[in-house]
Design a protein around this ligand. Structure first.
Ligand SMILES: C[S@@+](CC[C@H](N)C(=O)[O-])C[C@H]1O[C@@H](n2cnc3c(N)ncnc32)[C@H](O)[C@@H]1O
Length: 273
């Protein structure tokens, strides 16, 4: 791997001091090895997360990202931001809606000598405020937490995606992908019934979670594979590869139907809102 970028001297904390800082910011969702025998979430319910997951698809990323700009949306403690830095990325910006996760990310980056990663509290719905496009967008593990997932993809495409996007979502349902027609007939030909393939397991389907999933009320949606692919296409992302069942490597392409107007919407607020 070339282009290792160590922009700042690592934060010099003894093991005990570092352990204390890590404990102050707990609980951690990402297990990051900070050195000195300190890991941020050694007892994670998923094991060595997200490193074990990353091991399954990291071969799909270029080894050398020399100078490339990266936006990590929903960066959490910055695992993916740091991995991109290790590949030589230049400007790396991590955004998350949760300030505590960003404090974790800053501690991890400073400790590991990547203090030039810029972490900002910002929702994916506000990416337009960044005012720039990035060579790589990382949008991992966030879509299913959103009430408005297609809007988030539309906003990313409209404002910040400038090349590739690494995307992951929780998926449920079939991994089959039905080849749905471009133009659906209103009725099954010769009948007054709707086309049968809407009930096919491989038809794009988004499962709505009204209450909680795994005790977490922020899980709102779980697409099947066909739906993930279809939503990415609808937002103007071409899937280049699917290195793992829930992970998609995409590149920006034309947004379908854009000749009729922009895909993203910006609802107005009433005066009292
Ligand atoms: C399941 S974690 C995924 C973290 C990381 N991307 C990964 O794949 O390991 C979801 C993250 O998205 C963040 N998040 C949730 N809603 C968000 C929003 N509207 N805008 C930005 N970040 C959001 C959460 O705070 C959390 O850090």
């Amino acid at each position: 791997m070339s282009g290792l970028s160590l922009a700042s001297a690592p934060l010099d904390l003894s093991g005990d001091c570092l352990r204390e800082r890590v404990a102050e910011l707990a609980p951690w969702f990402q297990n990051i090895d900070l050195g000195n025998g300190v890991r941020t979430a050694p007892d994670h319910f998923l094991g060595n997360y997200p490193a074990f997951k990353f091991d399954r698809f990291k071969h799909a990323l270029p080894d050398d990202l020399e100078g490339r700009s990266v936006l990590d949306i929903g960066c959490n403690a910055g695992f993916y931001s740091l991995e991109m830095k290790k590949r030589g990325a230049g400007r790396v910006v991590g955004i998350d809606s949760d300030e505590r996760y960003l404090a974790q990310a800053r501690l991890a980056a400073d400790t590991l000598g990547y203090g030039d990663v810029e972490y900002r509290q910002l929702s994916v719905y506000d990416v337009g405020a960044l005012g720039e496009r990035f060579d790589w967008v990382i949008f991992m593990g966030v879509l299913y937490h959103l009430r408005h997932p297609l809007l988030a993809l539309d906003l990313i495409r409209e404002h910040v995606a400038g090349g590739h996007m690494l995307f992951q979502t929780m998926q449920r349902g079939s991994e089959d992908v039905l080849d749905a027609p471009d133009n659906h007939p209103f009725h099954k030909p010769g009948t007054f019934d709707p086309p049968e393939y809407f009930d096919d397991p491989g038809y794009p389907r988004m499962h709505f979670i009204e209450k909680e999933y795994a005790d977490d009320w922020t899980n709102w949606w779980a697409p099947n594979t066909a739906c993930s692919r279809a939503m990415l296409r609808a937002a103007g992302f071409a899937v280049e590869s699917q290195p793992e069942a829930e992970v998609y490597l995409c590149r920006v392409t034309d947004v379908p139907y854009s000749e009729y107007g922009p895909a993203a919407v910006y609802p107005a607020r009433g005066a009292g809102a």
